[in-house]
Design a protein around this ligand. Structure first.
Ligand code: NA7
Length: 529
């Protein structure tokens, strides 16, 4: 069977792509590893999982009926509510009939003679498609570090991104939590509220801002819905795809009192708007340090034990250079007598034993281990599929020194393969749904136009790809991002090439660039009949 397009993944990207492909009258099918839709929100069922973009902004804009009828209950939606929304979208647009669940695409090979992608799945399906569109997510390849003795542990172990559907009861348990990124920071306060003891193993302290989550006021919801068109347009043209009300002024130009007032106001407001307090926080180390120190002072205020407060205070990376976290009661959790923080930089994990975690200084008994240890970000999910392009070129080989793409949309030598929110696009530095919709719309328009022009194949021009890849890295170099060992750079995965993967130029500027490419007849792409 030959389809016009196969979509890999049925999260927010895959679902919308499928919807648009159908709208173009193309035959399409999506393959999804999970048993249901939702992607990230299908897998991340850990306690406290919640989006860090406000619910009324972290939602589709493509259907006004959808955005008018759906009611969010909280300022920041919880994982169960986002999953319900994803399921509602799947039903409303009747998407499931073209999604094959519990099936992973394992191989995709480009057949040059037939100009087709030939796919294989872990269930033995074989299918051919003219276009292959990956919607595999950026943070979907969960990673458990290779600790010696891990397999010997007698109790249950759970990665936050592969959480059991039936939930986990922590009552009376001694729980070891490894990792203090967003997932750990959201889960730890809830686990600590139930468990007998919690030992947190921290490698790098993170900057976390109060979410100040609350029920969504009906008036606010009505206000937003009445202005959705205008607000969505502002989001699309913004830097991060959110309504953050950024202040362009320099932190260094303000007086100490003005700065304190500005930081306090945004801290009190809660959420990611804090990073927009001043215009130079992401680029000027001195300005950044002022914001960083403000957060450290807050940590000292909240955490009773000064030694623990110091351990929780990030010192070695600028604020915002690793993904900023939003929390509800994270720092205060360390005031509980049942919660212990272990600094694994000073006291490294040597091994997992049958009954706990052994560091250089002590044995920490545990009945359960929670791995909040993150992902092989951006490239991991793509390279998890054995993809070969023209001349049998393997994507793993092509990207051995880091991903190379044109606009994060295509990679040269892999014709008719589109990567939604691929490396080289704003993706994880933005509201993912804004970036997803932009890519899906761009791809849909591209397929439609090429069909009308009788173009059978589109591929990235290697020169355009070289220039874009260099540009992505150059723009990142003007910011403080590369100063942290983050997953943006692949630094969390041993052996992964250190390359800054997402595009920091902002979703507004990036969208303009993509639209310009379209207007100029797909400049930088090679088209053939
Ligand atoms: P993150 O942000 O990658 O966090 C993973 C955490 O696990 C982080 O604190 C890591 O420390 C820690 N980690 C990873 N490997 C180890 C080892 N070997 N030893 C000790 N600690 C380790 O993933 P999350 O799931 O929290 O968040 C992912 C994104 O999802 C988030 O940014 C939001 O966008 C939503 P490190 O900082 O690498 O020193």
């Amino acid at each position: 069977m030959t389809l016009d397009a196969v979509v890999v993944g049925a999260g927010f990207a895959g679902m919308y792509m499928l919807h648009r492909l159908r709208g173009l009258g193309l035959s399409a099918r999506a393959y999804e590893t999970g048993a249901g839709v939702g992607g990230t929100w299908y897998w991340n069922r850990y306690p406290g999982a919640r989006c860090d973009v406000e619910s009324m902004q972290y939602s589709y804009s493509f259907s006004d009926d959808l955005q008018q009828e759906w009611e969010w209950s909280e300022r920041y939606a919880s994982q169960p509510e986002i999953l319900l929304y994803a399921e509602h979208v799947a039903d409303r647009f009747d998407l499931r009939r073209d999604i094959v669940f519990e099936t992973r695409v394992t191989r995709a090979a480009y057949d040059e003679t037939a100009n087709l992608w030939r796919l294989e799945t872990d269930r033995g399906d074989r299918v051919a498609a003219r276009h292959l569109i990956t919607a595999v997510g950026c943070l979907s390849a969960a990673r458990v570090p290779d600790f010696p003795g891990a397999a010997s542990f007698q109790g249950p172990t759970h990665h936050t991104g592969r959480w059991p559907h039936e939930g986990v009861d922590f009552t009376g348990r001694r729980v070891a939590v490894i990792g203090t990124g967003s997932s750990g920071i959201q889960a730890i306060p809830i686990i600590a509220g139930q468990a007998e003891r919690v030992t947190v193993f921290q490698r790098t302290p993170n900057y976390s801002l109060p979410a100040r989550n609350r029920p969504l006021e009906p008036d606010h919801q009505t206000w937003v819905k009445a202005r959705y068109a205008e607000l969505r347009a502002t989001m699309r043209e913004s830097a991060a795809g959110i309504l953050a009300d950024p202040n362009p002024d320099s932190a260094l130009a303000a007086t100490e009192a003005e700065r304190a007032r500005a930081f306090e106001a945004r801290w009190a407001r809660g959420g990611l708007a804090f990073v927009g307090t001043f215009g130079d926080l992401a680029i000027n180390p001195d300005a950044n340090e002022l914001a960083a120190e403000f957060v450290r002072a807050k940590i000292r205020e909240i955490v009773a034990d000064p030694g623990v407060a110091e351990l929780l205070s990030p010192r070695n990376h600028p604020i915002g250079s690793k993904r900023i976290c939003l929390d509800t009661g994270y720092y205060a959790t360390y005031n509980r007598p049942t919660v212990t923080l272990v600094d694994v930089r000073r006291d490294p994990i040597l091994e997992i034993t049958p009954t706990g975690v052994r560091t250089a200084a002590a044995e920490h008994p545990a009945d359960m281990i929670v791995y909040a240890t993150g992902y092989d970000a951006l490239t991991g999910p793509l390279l998890g599929i054995d993809i070969t392009g023209k001349g049998g070129l393997s994507l793993r080989r092509k990207w051995a020194a880091g991903p190379r793409t044109y606009l994060g949309l295509m990679t040269a030598g892999f014709p008719n393969l589109f990567t939604i929110t691929g490396p080289g696009s704003p993706s994880v530095l933005s509201n993912m749904i804004v970036s997803i919709e932009q890519h899906v719309d761009w791809i849909a328009e591209c397929l439609d136009r090429l069909r009308a022009r009788g173009v059978a194949t589109i591929d990235a021009d290697p020169l355009a790809e070289d220039a874009w890849t260099a540009h992505v890295s150059e723009v990142a170099g003007h910011t403080l991002y590369p100063r942290a060992d983050s997953w943006y750079l692949g630094a969390n995965v041993p052996g992964k090439p250190r390359v800054f993967m997402p595009y920091v130029g902002g979703v507004g500027a990036y969208r303009m660039k993509c639209d310009e490419v379209t207007a100029n007849g797909y400049e930088g792409f090679v088209l053939s009949a």
